[in-house]
Design a protein around this ligand. Structure first.
Ligand code: COA
Ligand code: MG
Length: 295
């Protein structure tokens, strides 16, 4: 379960130390955009040392964002890090699912070299960062058994599209970025992996983050990116079902159990049918997973 994935710049000793204490479901140790190009090698060494250090069993899963496969830094990133047995690789700027297939092959070769169980390291692409990627979001199903989720980002996409802003007149995401977000959500569900929403930029505004994240979960996202440790508790809470939701889901399941062979029942004066039962069951299994987080 990945409700909160906290980005930690891979070349910052203080942030790595702070990240280790976080209750994020996962850290994303970053080698890409939060690290300047002249510090890539230092960041690789620091991230590898972080992966090699003893890990608390209940601590965050450790993911690494490598550089894009189109850049000369990607293979050296992987060669340096796979031996540290990260839980997953976040892949920036893929054009399509064929980049996932290529990364899967690289990982299999490197896992073999390092004596790791092949297939163990998962993959989440940042699936909306190039112009081409927008036409490929429906293609991730079946690309790799390593695929654990899809996430999206608006910053690199606006650069790729030649835009100077990704906002509309009201300050929300402009249509193109709402489209990217919706296609990421549908693409992840089509591939039967977790849709992970993008970051909330204003990291001091926790009320805004809570509101935005609750809405995001209601729309179907399973979690989101965090950029500051203070965001993690709010994000974890927003993507976990609350007591009222759990109680209602139990009542839906019980109403169907009490009426065997029925496809539709009335509950509190409202019609409840199969999609509601599926939602209720999904919510209860999410609640069970949250109780035992992180997975
Ligand atoms: N991970 C771990 N620790 C972090 C952190 C993060 N993402 N962001 C901040 N911290 C730490 C700081 O180091 C500081 O701890 P310290 O006093 O021991 O040094 C503490 O949390 C408070 O930080 P604060 O002063 O509130 O923030 P800041 O101004 O230092 O940093 C950012 C603000 C945005 C630069 C920082 O949060 C950050 O680097 N975020 C991640 C950015 C990133 O990875 N982007 C790429 C993906 S979009
Ligand atoms: Mg980026």
């Amino acid at each position: 379960m990945l409700r909160s994935m906290l980005f930690v710049p891979g070349d910052s000793e203080r942030k790595l130390a702070k990240g280790a204490l976080s209750s994020a479901d996962a850290l994303i140790l970053d080698l890409e955009d939060s690290v300047s190009a002249d510090r890539t090698a230092i960041a690789r060494t620091m991230v590898r040392a972080f992966l090699d250090a003893p890990r608390a069993p209940a601590g965050p899963r450790l993911w690494v964002r490598i550089n894009p496969l189109s850049s000369p830094a990607a293979l050296p990133d992987l060669a340096a890090l796979v031996g540290g047995a990260p839980d997953g690789i976040m892949l920036p700027k893929p054009d399509s699912a064929s980049d996932i297939v290529l990364l899967d092959h690289y990982l299999t070769a490197l896992e073999q070299r390092e004596g790791l169980v092949p297939g163990h390291i998962r993959i989440i692409p940042v699936a909306t960062e190039t112009a081409r990627s927008m036409f490929a979001l429906g293609g991730y199903a079946g690309s790799s058994r390593r695929l654990a989720g899809l996430t999206w980002g608006a910053e690199d996409l606006s650069t790729a599209l030649g835009a100077s802003t990704n906002q509309d007149a009201s300050g929300g995401y402009a249509f193109t970025y709402q489209l990217a977000r919706s296609l990421c959500l549908a693409g992840a569900r089509a591939a039967e992996v977790q849709p992970i929403d993008t970051l909330y930029v204003d990291f001091r505004d926790l009320d805004g983050l809570a509101r935005d994240s609750r809405l995001s979960r209601q729309l179907g996202f399973a979690g989101r990116i965090a950029i500051h440790p203070d965001q993690v508790a709010t994000v974890n809470a927003a993507y976990s079902p609350d007591d009222d939701e759990i109680a209602y889901a139990r009542r839906v399941v019980e109403a169907f159990a009490a009426a065997p062979g029925t496809g539709v029942v009335g509950l509190d004066g409202r019609m409840v049918d199969m999609p509601h039962l599926k939602q209720a069951k999904r919510l209860l299994s999410l609640a069970a997973a949250c109780a035992g987080a992180p997975e």
